[in-house]
Structure formats: structure tokens, C-alpha cells
Design a protein around this ligand. Structure first.
Ligand code: ATP
Length: 506
């Protein structure tokens, strides 16, 4: 019997409702324990979360997943009450919580750095929060009282049992391993019986073996406690194995909310496909329903409902490609470049139609082998392109000069007057990135680079807080500083009518 089973039911039916009078039991009926509505968070003029809305169901294990800096921790800290939203509201059990201080919210947080009190032993670390807590008691003079030492002892021992540290109460926290210290931190967070446990990369400081063990234990703790877990990680494998629901974020925006399998099988866009698991990501054209063209071939697919000849992103998972010996047996003939044994399968890079396919197979084909790749309709996932052109508001500052994103760009202005406000449409292939920032009209940092089969789609964030998407043959690294130049001949201008925007908003 494992340690979780041993203590199964310990917390059942023992919710301390009196400790959080604002969150009444009548609210318990609604399915969502947390509602995040239109949350925007701006730090020093930079938008870190952008009009984000999300409902979290009671008792779920929800993971916020995304690259470093996408806003996961900020969202968690807003729920915990360590930050205040710039706009929007968060509700827990139907109660707006923005003006409720952290310690009065029915949530508790476990951080990556355990933040234990080094001068207190394990028991006292876990008991710390309980000692400060006041509980409603109509028989007490003031209507509330503190926990008695017997109550504290019972609760702390129960929490320590749950995290497998039953006999560790007397131990100095400095004498514990990293994994044990993190368990103390979890015990400290659950001892007050929160309705929601927030976990901010709690396993990030552990070595791989300990991390895997703790993943299993955390999942069991979640099942046993029956409370809602909101878990932050940038590790996609961790997110997929542990969660009931994954929220994939990028750049302060939710990209997809789904069950792990759906996120893997049916990524909503190129970012999710690229971030989750291995994938072959290509640009294609949906010629008509059930017919997709990419890398110079037209293949049958299972998708419909796109515009005729709409440009789309295509995802093919490596394990879905059938690799055959010899040419002419599949859709793309090619040559194996590399082969790596990955424990249960071989991963091969196959050069075919000028694209480096990643293919996984139980059968090994050695580098240099002539092969053919077959891709069945079911294996082709078609996704709408998120954006097909960069769009900005600017103004004509001189003949042949348009000012936008903090720079003056040379763009033909025929038909426009100096002073006109304009919408500037900049195709992805009209933007050039320069190594040397000073060679560009404006400067930016690279935030993302996705290989799309024959080119890289790079996203950069300008110093004036604008995004630019660029299609380029060059590979750029995250955080590279770059200059931006634009081929004015490819840019299209349109008169800007603010009233049209307002009408559209209505
Ligand atoms: P990581 O996985 O690296 O922790 P994250 O997705 O959790 O990243 P956040 O910590 O939420 O990202 O940070 C999002 C952005 O907000 C980052 O650019 C960060 O520098 C910025 N940021 C966070 N807190 C503050 C703050 N107090 N003041 C200014 N900027 C902040």
C-alpha cells in the first residue's frame, strides 16, 4: 500500500469553511471554482498578460504551460493575490477576489524555491501558518479563536503523513534532501486545507529522477485531496503526463486549452504544434476541401471548411510517417541523413523535397539509405495561420516616408498626403532582420523562431512593444538583438479611419 492510500480520506469532509467566510458553501454548486475574466497585467508599460479569460473546474489538475516569460507565474501570482490585475477580475467560487488579501483567499502556493524557515524544524515549518490563523467560533468572546496545540499537532501530523514525512517532524530542514524539502513545502501549503493549491514550478529544482518520482506523488496527492491544483511548468512532458487540462500560453495570450491528448493530437496553431512534442511543421495551401498542397505535392487530407487556396500550417507527427525502403513507394522520396536509437524506436532525419523530415520507426534505416515516406490523410493536421500579415497604424510624415513602430520607413505614399493616418500592411517576407541593431530602422529582440519546412518564421518584439513576424531563410536564436528594415515596395497602405475601428469594436 502506498503512502497516499495509507492516509486516504484523511482530509475528506474536513473543509474549514469557517476560516474563509467570504467563500460560502452556496457557491459550491457552480462547475468552475475559478473564473478569470478579461485579465490584463502591465508591468512598467509592458503588457505581460493580454485580456486573458479562463475557467477552471473544481477538482481539476490544470497546468499552465509555456515558454519562459510567457506570463504563467504572473497569472498564478494574480490568483494568489501577490499581484493586482491592471484590468479584469478573478472570481473564486463566484466571489470577486481582487480586493481580498492573499491570506484570506482559499488558496495556497508552493514555490520552486521551497522558502522554508531554516531556523525551524519540519514540524514547526508546517505548523507556522496554522499558528497565525484565526477560526470562527461563536462561543469565543470575539467570535473567533486560534487553533489549540492539539488541533495543530493533529493537522500537521496528517499533512506530514500525506507527503510521506510522518517521522520527520523533529528534523532540521537543512538536513533534508531537495525532494524532502519540497514535500515539507507542500505539507505547509496543504495543512490549511486550501480549496486551490497553486504550484509554481515546484519540481524545477529537483534532479530528473526525483522529479519523476515527485510527479507521480503529486498526482496521487491531487487524487487523494480532491482539491483543485494549478500547476505551472515550461516542461511539456510534465504537463502532458500530470494534467487533466493544459493551458498553453505564449506572449501573455492563451493559445489553446484542452486535454493533454487533444493538445498533442490536434494542436490549434503552429506555436502549440512546435512547442508540444516533436513535429514536422510546414506551410501549405488548402486547395479545396480534403486536398492539401505542400512541398510541391497535393495529398488527400481529412479537413474541410477552409477558403479555396487558403494558406495554412501543416503538422505531421514523426511517429505518423510510414517509412519504406527504396524510392517510389510513398509520397516523398528521400535519403536518410541521421539515425538515433531512442530506447524504443529509431528517430531518423530524412531529406526529401528539400525538407528535413523527422521520422520515428521501429525499423532502423541507416544514414545514406534511399527511402520513401508515406503520409496517410489522418496523419495530416491542418491549422489556420494565426496571422498572415503584419498590421500597424502609422502616419505619412513626408513624401515616401511612413512613421510607425517608432521608426521612419521609406514606403511609396502615392495617393496619400503628409499627415494622413494610415494602416500599414507589411508582408512577412517584406521584413529584413539585421545582425547589427544599428543597421535597422528600429530595434527588436527575437521571441520565437519556428521552422516551417522551407523557411523560418521568426517573431520579434520591438523596443516600442510591437510584434513583427518575418519569413526568412536565416535561423535566429531567442533573445537575439536585431535591427528591422522593410522593403517598402511590398508594403500596402490604407487610409486609417478610427470610426471604422470603433464600429467594429461595437
Ligand atoms: P518563467 O517560466 O521564466 O518563470 P513565466 O512564464 O512564469 O516565465 P512571468 O514570470 O509571469 O513568466 O513573467 C512574464 C513577464 O513579466 C516577463 O517578461 C517578466 O520579466 C515580467 N515580469 C514579471 N514580474 C515582473 C515585475 N514584478 N516587474 C516587472 N516585470 C515583471
Amino acid at each position: 500500500m502506498n503512502l497516499i492510500e495509507k492516509v486516504k480520506g484523511l482530509f475528506a469532509g474536513k473543509k474549514a469553511a469557517a476560516e474563509a467566510p467570504a467563500f460560502s458553501s452556496s457557491q459550491k454548486k457552480s462547475e468552475n471554482i475559478i473564473e478569470i475574466k478579461g485579465i490584463t497585467k502591465v508591468f512598467d508599460g509592458v503588457t505581460v498578460l493580454d485580456d486573458l479569460s479562463l475557467g477552471i473546474k473544481r477538482g481539476q489538475f490544470v497546468t499552465l504551460l509555456g515558454p519562459s516569460g510567457c506570463g504563467k507565474t504572473t497569472l498564478l501570482r494574480l490568483i494568489a493575490g501577490f499581484e493586482t490585475p491592471t484590468e479584469g477580475e478573478i472570481y473564486i467560487e463566484g466571489v470577486p477576489i481582487t480586493s481580498i488579501p492573499p491570506f484570506k483567499r482559499p488558496v495556497n502556493t508552493v514555490f520552486q524555491k521551497y522558502a522554508l524557515f531554516p531556523h525551524l524544524n519540519v514540524f514547526k515549518n508546517v505548523a507556522f501558518g496554522l499558528k497565525l490563523r484565526k477560526i470562527a467560533d461563536p462561543t469565543a468572546k470575539k467570535g473567533y479563536r486560534k487553533f489549540t496545540s492539539e488541533e495543530i499537532e493533529k493537522k500537521v501530523n496528517r499533512a506530514l503523513k500525506l507527503v510521506g514525512l510522518e517521522d520527520y517532524g523533529h528534523r532540521d530542514v537543512n538536513s533534508l534532501s531537495g525532494g524532502q524539502q519540497q514535500r515539507v513545502a507542500i505539507a505547509r501549503a496543504i495543512v490549511c486545507e486550501p480549496k486551490v493549491l497553486l504550484l509554481d514550478e515546484p519540481l524545477g529544482a529537483l534532479d530528473l529522477k526525483m522529479r519523476k518520482e515527485m510527479q507521480i506523488e503529486l498526482k496521487k496527492m491531487h487524487e487523494d485531496l480532491g482539491i483543485t491544483f494549478i500547476f505551472v511548468t515550461h516542461d511539456q512532458e510534465e504537463a502532458l503526463t500530470m494534467s487533466d487540462m493544459v493551458v498553453v500560453m505564449n506572449d501573455g495570450i492563451i493559445q489553446q486549452i484542452d486535454r493533454p491528448k487533444k493538445i498533442y493530437d490536434e494542436p490549434k496553431n503552429a506555436f502549440v504544434a512546435d512547442f508540444i512534442g516533436e513535429s514536422n511543421l510546414l506551410s501549405g495551401v488548402m486547395e479545396k476541401d480534403y486536398s492539401i498542397a505542400f512541398l510541391g505535392k497535393t495529398l488527400p487530407c481529412v479537413d474541410k471548411g477552409f477558403e479555396k487556396n487558403e494558406k495554412v500550417d501543416v503538422v505531421i507527427r514523426p511517429e505518423d510517417i510510414v517509412i519504406k525502403e527504396g524510392a517510389g513507394k510513398g509520397h516523398f522520396d528521400g535519403k536518410v541523413l541521421t539515425t538515433v536509437f531512442k530506447g524504443t524506436y529509431y528517430e531518423m532525419i530524412v531529406l526529401a523535397s528539400d525538407y528535413e523530415f523527422t521520422v520515428q520507426s521501429q525499423i532502423e534505416y541507416r544514414p545514406g539509405a534511399e527511402v520513401s515516406l508515406e503520409i496517410v490523410p489522418d496523419s495530416i493536421h491542418i491549422m489556420k495561420k494565426i496571422l498572415t500579415i503584419n498590421k500597424y497604424i502609422g502616419s505619412v510624415t513626408d513624401e515616401g516616408v511612413v512613421s510607425f513602430c517608432g521608426g521612419d520607413f521609406s514606403i511609396p505614399t502615392d495617393g496619400f498626403e503628409t499627415g494622413d493616418e494610415v494602416i500599414v500592411y507589411v508582408p512577412f517576407d517584406a521584413v529584413e532582420l539585421t545582425d547589427d541593431e544599428s543597421d535597422g530602422v528600429i530595434c527588436a529582440s527575437v521571441t520565437q523562431s519556428i521552422y516551417k519546412g522551407t523557411y523560418y518564421q521568426v517573431q520579434v518584439y520591438t523596443d516600442t512593444d510591437e510584434d513583427f513576424y518575418i519569413d526568412t531563410a536565416d535561423e535566429w536564436d531567442m533573445d537575439d538583438r536585431v535591427g528591422i528594415r522593410i522593403d517598402g515596395a511590398k508594403v500596402r497602405l490604407e487610409k486609417y479611419l478610427p470610426e471604422a475601428d470603433e464600429e467594429a469594436a461595437e
